[in-house]
Design a protein around this ligand. Structure first.
Ligand code: SAH
Length: 287
């Protein structure tokens, strides 16, 4: 195991705005958060904190300031070491009822009896996004329950902890191809795949769109940010079979109208949208 050093930013921000900011930061690649009363700490592997990333981060803060002009949002940054915050993370994560039928559980928690007949995902998060605590993960699971059919082949684009891909296998998919461009996410997904006994059906690869085969999948699920969805929508469409399904999450409801136009251009027809707080997820069919 490599030694892990993290970069942490600290912002003073009232609790009521924190969840929205956490959602936006998670989708650009921050993998850990510590939320205190008026403080938000956001954590990312140190080598990822470069000028491009810093600009992305500051752009999010700028947009946030435009939306909420009363907020100051100046931040400080520092380097931290793994143990400091993995312990905090473990304390904070628990059992999540992601949908009425799907439970997400880290290995250090016991499953309460009342959940014993539900679909169980064993997910130890480490430093990746995808514990089920975030709306965008839960909304994706909700749409997967509706649109995943037995024996489908699935692409999980931006797999994080592997949570959505693992859920697909447990919901009856024949195979899952899971991709993430973050090496910690891939390491974490591989562990979770083993933990859930789905190694035979799930392939996990480090990389992005270019490593994904064309026209192969019955269903694609991608819980990624608006910018990445806009950039990759036509490449993703070319990877799903005709009449196949694409499920997209990580969309702020305000951004949906812009995306709907690019879906129409790609001959994707909306089938269903679900929303929680300010987040929307959508299922589409390729015509
Ligand atoms: N699927 C999980 C995680 C979503 S977070 C869930 O639903 O909870 C988004 C993930 O996408 C992160 O792990 C991030 O590393 C990955 N990601 C972001 N941009 C990507 C890209 N261009 N190619 C591949 N993965 C990407």
């Amino acid at each position: 195991m490599k030694t892990r050093t993290w970069f942490q930013t600290i912002i003073r921000i009232d609790e009521k705005y924190q969840d929205l900011l956490v959602g936006l930061l998670a989708l650009i690649g921050f993998t850990g958060f510590v939320q205190e009363e008026k403080i938000l700490k956001s954590i990312i592997p140190k080598q990822k904190w470069n000028n491009t990333f810093k600009n992305k981060y500051e752009e999010i803060l700028d947009n946030f300031r435009i939306e909420f002009s009363s907020l100051d949002l100046s931040y400080s940054g520092s380097i931290i070491h793994e143990e400091n915050w993995n312990k905090k993370w473990e304390k904070k994560t628990g059992i999540v009822e992601a949908t009425p039928n799907i439970i997400i559980k880290p290995s250090w928690k016991k499953l309460p009896k009342r959940h014993s007949n539900k679909l169980l995902l064993h997910i130890d998060p480490k430093m990746s996004f995808g514990t089920g605590h975030h709306e965008t993960t839960r909304l994706s699971l909700n749409l997967l329950e509706q649109f995943l059919e037995p024996q489908m082949s699935v692409l999980d684009f931006g797999t994080g902890t592997g949570v959505l891909g693992i859920a697909c296998i447990k919901l009856g998919a024949k195979s899952v191809f899971a991709v993430d461009n973050d090496e910690w996410a891939i390491e974490n997904t591989k562990e979770n795949v083993k933990r859930n006994g789905v190694s035979k059906q799930m392939v996990v690869k480090l990389g992005s769109i270019s490593i994904i085969p064309q026209l192969k999948f019955n269903l694609i699920v991608a819980n990624i940010d608006f910018r990445t969805i806009s950039k990759f929508i036509s490449s993703l469409t070319s990877r799903v079979r005709k009449h196949g399904i694409i499920i997209l999450s990580g969309i702020l409801t305000n951004d949906l109208p812009v995306l709907l136009k690019s879906f129409a251009k790609n001959a994707l027809v909306p089938l269903e949208t679900v929303a929680e707080n300010e987040w929307t997820s959508i299922a589409l069919r390729r015509m």
